[in-house]
Write a protein that binds this ligand. Sequence first.
Ligand code: SF4
Ligand code: SF4
Length: 413
Amino acid sequence: MKIKKIMKQLIQKGIINRLNLEQEVEYFSNIVTNMQKAALLVSPSYILLPTYQCNLSCPYCYQKNFDLYSQSRLTMDENMVDNIFSTIARIEAKRGETRQEAKHITLFGGEPLLKGNKEIIHYIFQKALALGHVKMTIITNGYGLEDYQDLLDYDCIEHLQITLDGPEDIHDQVRITKGGGGTYKTILDNIRLVLDQGTKVNIRVNVDRRNIHQLPRLASELMAWNIHKYPHASAYVGVIHQTIQDKDISHLLDEYDVLTYLTSHLEEYPQLALYGLPEAQIMNSLQEALTKGHPAIGLFRSTHCKAHSNNLCFDVNGHIFTCLENDGTERYIIGKMEQKGDITWEDETIDFWQKRQVSRIKACKICPYALFCGGGCAIRAEERHGDYMNHYCNGYQAVFQYHMKKVLQSKID
Ligand code: SF4
Ligand code: SF4
């Protein structure tokens, strides 16, 4: 009797069902299709790449391999910026967005904040502000920031993302100027300059198996620079991904390797607490779900990233892409902007991106984490399996389980 009652409750709550596998997959596919429709209704994220040029010469930089790189224009001109913003304004008007609703714009490159780009960057900010409520993010190497101090006066800047490759001696071997000089001290000075002006900085640290053990030393160095005393500074660890040149991938890590390293060495190196844990939002959402009874619906996704729904990346050549990291690759162009601002859309490429929904990936269809993970990065899946309609787990399942256990443990305690 008791079992019957429990079964009834589990069925009512949707925890178990009486569908067979085929029916369940179909049910799941319908949910994903509806979620994808909803995702396409969300306001696009706009990304502008004013240049592919850079003031540094990092040997691992993948952008030099882009097929359109060598024929690229140097920097956006005002006409191109005007065309991009009239396109954005048209899209927003069509969607019925008001001036009060936030529009997200990211500057990326190459390095967007090159010394010679000041005028066009300010022009971009003026055009962005004319849209109404905008939130700007800048992904920069941080090397030339001292030339952009006045830019930091714009309240619309939400944060800057700046990458370090390890403590000073390691960073200075790879993040180098064109003349081969180190950049660490200048970047750290500039990070502090930005923080002193009250602007948020998110420091990304790239790791693989060869440099992960440098994380404690870097954290100590950052703390010696008092980075941890700024409430608007944060740091996280990003894994280095496979490139076309990598035949041997044994040096690569996944997110779970990073999480394991950070948590298992914390006692020995308490400074590791400076870095956020991978996918920490899982823990926060599950905590909310369990304590306040809010479903963790904010974590659900039909695809892994917005490249499959509504990223619009406008590059210096008038090409439009959706994948932030693969601008400059001809086969990923989803639209071309003509001289007068008209756009020719590439429907087949748009379809190529939008059809990669998690319910269409064989391994993901039956994965219990599918609606949280979204199937992983399409580009990495292609690099790893030769097909972008494949899964790319990147340690997600184990990371999820770790966060889930922590949340449940805190509930029991
Ligand atoms: S497809 Fe992969 S590389 Fe491209 S934006 Fe998405 S997660 Fe990033
Ligand atoms: S964890 Fe792996 S199998 Fe599961 S949804 Fe993500 S990519 Fe697919």
